[in-house]
Design a protein around this ligand. Sequence first.
Ligand SMILES: [Zn+2]
Length: 358
Amino acid sequence: MDPNAIIERHPKFYFPSGDIVLATKLAPQADDSEGPPRYQVFRVHKFLLALRSTVFSNLFADADGAASNELSYDGVPLVELHGDNTQDFALLLSYLYEPESSLAFRHHDPNTPITVSGVVRLADKYLLEPLRKRLISEVVQDWPTTLREWDIQQANIHAISAVTTLRDAPYLDRGPPLCDVIPEPASAIVFAQEFVCPEILPAAFYRLLQIPFDDDWSLRVHSAPYSSQSLARWSLLDRDNLARYIHGLHAVESYIPDSRNFVFMECIPKMWEGEPDSPCYEYVRYMFSVLGRRRGGQAGRDPLRWLADCEDHYGISELSEKYPKGLCEDCCAAVALQVPVERQRVWRELLPKWFQLE
Ligand SMILES: [Zn+2]
C-alpha cells in the first residue's frame, strides 16, 4: 500500500474490538485524481469472517504468519482487498454482521438486482455460498415462474395501477409510483444471465413487451402520467438482449392461435372438400382477431391476457353484434376447455421460443 495513502475509517464497520483491518481502495474523486490513493478501512473480527469463508480464513492465517514488519494499522494487521468495491464490501459486512435487518428485502423492489449484484460477485470470490444463494433467491422470488404466479402478479399490478390513477379521492393515499413497487425487467434479465438463474427470463422478457419503448426508467422522476406506468431500464440491455426482445416482439405480434383447436369436431370446416367456414369457426377466428391482433398496441402484445378474455367471449359486444347466434353448445365447451390449454402452451412453449431462450 502507498505510504502516503489517505485512510478513511468506515463510519459503521470499524469496531474497537476488531482484530484485523481490511482496506478497499476508493475510486479517485474527480478533483483529486492526481493525489495519493484513498482507502476505506474496516476494523472487523477475524473469527466472524473466517467462520463463514475459507478464503478469509486463509487470508487471515497468511496475515498472522507474516513477519511483524508487515502492514499494520491502529495496532492490528492490515490486509488490502484488491479489486473489491468499497460500497459492495460494506454491504457484504452488513449482511454478515446484521443479517436480521440487512437481509430483510422488500418484496418486488425494482432495485434489488442492481443493489445485490456487487455483493453476489464478492460472495463468489470469498466462497460465501449460503449468502450467494440467498441473494440470488431474493431476485428470483420476485418473478413468476408459473402461469399461475404470473396471473397473480398481473392482477396485483393492475390493482396498484388502478389505485394510482384513481381521481376524485383526495383522501386516498396513492402511495409510491407503480414502477417503485413492481420488479423491473431489464435489470432482472442482466442479473439472471450473469448469475445463472434463467428460470426468470421468460417472465422478465414478456414483461418488457408490456412496456412501451419510450417508457424509460429515467422518466421515474417525473410524476403523472408515469406514476401509474411500468418503466424499464432499457439502456441495460446489450445487443443480444435487444435482439431477443425484438424477436419476441415480432413473434407475439404475428401470433394467432389455431382456430381449429377451439371448435368442436363437427364444426371444423372440411376445407379439402371446399366446404365454407362453419359459423362457429368464423366466430372463433373473428374472436381472435378482435381480441388479439386488431386490438394492437401494448394490449395486442399480451396474448396471455387476451386469451383469458376469450373465456368471457359472450361479453364482447363487437362479437355478439356480428354473430348474434354465438357458438353452438359443443363449441362453447371447446373454447372454455381450450383457452387454458393454449395459455399454458404460450407460457411454457412459446415464450422461450419467442425470446430465443432455449
Ligand atoms: Zn359449433
